[in-house]
Write a protein of this length. Structure first.
Length: 589
């Protein structure tokens, strides 16, 4: 059972707690916001009026100049030459939402500019991630003289050298951590994480880096910082694709990412491309404001299902669709693939959970490494995320196919995945990624050695963190009697929520059940509740907590960890709660 902890609890009389309390009161008066909103701002590091204003502002002028990215000037010069001379450009993406959306941005721009352009995304099973022989073969097949990568390429020395040997230049746009040592011999390598980069925000996703390249090219073609009207409209609409990638790639939703996502969500709902419009129609989200949750749970999984279960080309075709009929047909394919993905994911997760019990001791196995023959490599990343969430520590899940496998890892509790995987670097064919998510190729016979090596690395580097209880941190206490639509609209100003800007998790004490709990869901794993405090009642959903229904005593006060949300059903929007945890006894926080 998780231990509940309340951030900035009233019982904390330390100097830092007193300073935080004073900062909250200053924000309440200077920004004229409710105390709970000010409390959340201070917790997230926005303790001054200026910092709070930065967070609450959505001014596009706060976006950073793309010209500060390393390699951008050389990239723009080479792209202009390709446009002027009618060269064939190949845009080379990756097979996840990040790579697909960034590829779509550049292909759509080049088509708008009248360029000769083709695209390529690798097949997850057949080709593997990033550059490889398939990249060279595709470039030669289409007659490309310039390849532009999206979301990959920072470590693709051999492939970029082979392309150059064929007279083909490469521009790399990427956001992954660069390897130690020299960089590939590309015409330009654009990555905010390169050593010595002057760019003020290093946490852009791959699609955002591609967007910045598009922006810089539009400026160059216009001859001014403010681009001409048609290109401005294109860039504003393209932020929708950046929002998809930023949310689904789980990069921090702070700083520039927050601005891009805020405006991107509005572009997706107000000016969707035919492909996005078809997806919105399919999932019942047309004609309404979109949230990060809508992207993460509805649109993102369907786009990702393409690369997980078949070819990512299906999703890219959707995002490049130019008419409604073409888009609806592509969306129907993605829906079918997503249904298959969900079934396969459940099967692999069930098997992985059985194996996980062998490595349940966090002291001995600070990172779980699970592997199974026949586990579909398209779902191992999702399963790793489920395992990491359930056990509260990082997990690497490997789908084996004979003598080798491909795995995906997901982090937990802020632990740097790459630091752990480096401990087993000698046991893998290759690996890469970032702190929260990573991937690898590994020989089947090396799995035990890899498991031991990353466990040893974890024991050596994590120290006391291994013994720390799995705490559930609550942001603030907010009685249900104090929650209403006016306050919810103030909480909405903190949107979009995501990595490093999580949804507020609040504490409500002494709540009663208005009626007995109902077990719901196709797999009967969720609880539907109606909670009452005084004269107020709220519908609440407790996802995945059906097995705890017996703990809910209809006749006594209960205590809930919850997040408020808007729910729209049959055109009617109401305020409801999502319950993360509950207690029959006072949690004492």
């Amino acid at each position: 059972m998780k231990r509940w902890r309340l951030r900035g609890a009233a019982t904390d009389m330390s100097q830092s707690a007193r300073e935080a309390s004073e900062a909250v009161q200053r924000l309440v008066h200077s920004e004229r916001i409710p105390e709970v909103v000010a409390h959340l701002l201070v917790q997230r590091g926005h303790a001054t009026a200026e910092a709070a204003g930065d967070l609450l502002s959505h001014d596009l002028n706060r976006l950073h100049d793309p010209g500060r990215l390393p390699g951008i000037a050389a990239a723009v010069e080479r792209l202009r030459r390709a446009l002027d001379q009618g060269e064939m450009i190949l845009v080379h993406g990756d097979y996840d939402v990040d790579g697909i959306t960034g590829t779509a941005i550049l292909v759509r721009l080049f088509r708008h500019l009248g360029a000769r352009v083709e695209w390529h995304v690798p097949h997850r099973i057949d080709d593997g991630y990033s550059f490889g022989p398939h990249s060279v073969a595709r470039a030669l097949a289409v007659g490309a003289t310039l390849v532009v990568s999206v979301d990959n390429g920072t470590a693709a020395h051999e492939t970029i050298a082979e392309l150059r040997a064929h007279g083909i230049d490469t521009i790399v746009t990427d956001h992954h951590e660069p390897p130690d040592g020299p960089l590939p011999d590309a015409v330009a390598l654009i990555n905010p994480k390169l050593p010595g980069a002057d760019y003020p925000f290093r946490e852009l996703c791959g699609s955002a880096v591609a967007f910045k390249v598009a922006w810089a090219l539009c400026q160059a073609l216009t001859g001014a910082e403010r681009v001409r009207d048609d290109l401005r409209s294109f860039l504003l609409d393209s932020m929708g694709y950046v929002a998809l990638a930023t949310i689904c790639d789980v990069v921090p939703l702070v700083g520039e990412n927050r601005l891009l996502t805020y405006h991107g969500l509005r572009a997706l709902s107000q000016r969707p491309t035919p492909g996005v419009s078809a997806l919105l129609e399919l999932v019942g989200l047309s004609g309404r404001a979109l949230s990060a949750e809508d992207i993460g749970f509805q649109l993102g999984p369907r786009i990702n299902a393409s690369g997980r279960m078949d070819s990512a080309a299906r999703a890219l075709e959707l995002l490049l669709a130019t008419n409604a009929d073409e888009a609806r047909a592509a969306a129907a394919v993605l829906e079918e693939l997503n249904t298959t993905r969900r079934r396969v994911e459940r099967e692999v997760l069930d098997e992985a959970l059985v194996e996980a019990e062998l490595y349940a001791d966090p002291r001995e196995w600070p990172m779980m490494v699970l592997a199974g023959q026949g586990w579909h490599q398209g779902v191992v990343g999702i399963v790793a995320g489920r395992i990491a969430e359930r056990y509260g520590r990082p997990a690497l899940v490997v789908g084996l196919n004979g003598d080798r496998g491909r795995g995906s890892a997901r982090s937990a509790r802020g632990i740097d995945l790459l630091e752990l995987l480096r401990g087993g670097g000698d046991q893998m064919i290759r690996f890469g990624g970032h702190a929260e998510a990573a991937g690898c190729d590994v020989l089947t016979e090396r799995i035990p050695a890899l498991r031991a090596a990353v466990a040893a690395q974890g024991r050596a580097t994590l120290g006391e963190r291994l013994d720390a209880p799995h705490d559930l941190w609550l942001d603030a206490e907010l009685c249900l009697g104090g929650l209403d639509e006016t306050l919810m609209r103030q909480l909405d100003r903190l949107e979009p929520f995501g990595q490093r800007n999580p949804k507020p998790l609040l504490l409500a004490r002494d709540v009663r059940l208005e009626e007995p709990p109902r077990i719901v869901g196709a797999d009967k794993t969720h609880l539907m509740l109606r909670l009452r405090r005084g004269a107020k009642t709220f519908k609440a959903m407790a996802f995945g907590l059906a097995h705890r229904a017996g703990e809910l005593d209809f006749g006594r006060p209960l205590h809930f960890a919850y997040t408020p949300r808007w729910n729209t059903f049959r055109g009617v929007t109401n305020l409801e709660l999502v319950v993360t945890d509950f207690r029959a006894e006072d949690p004492g926080v």
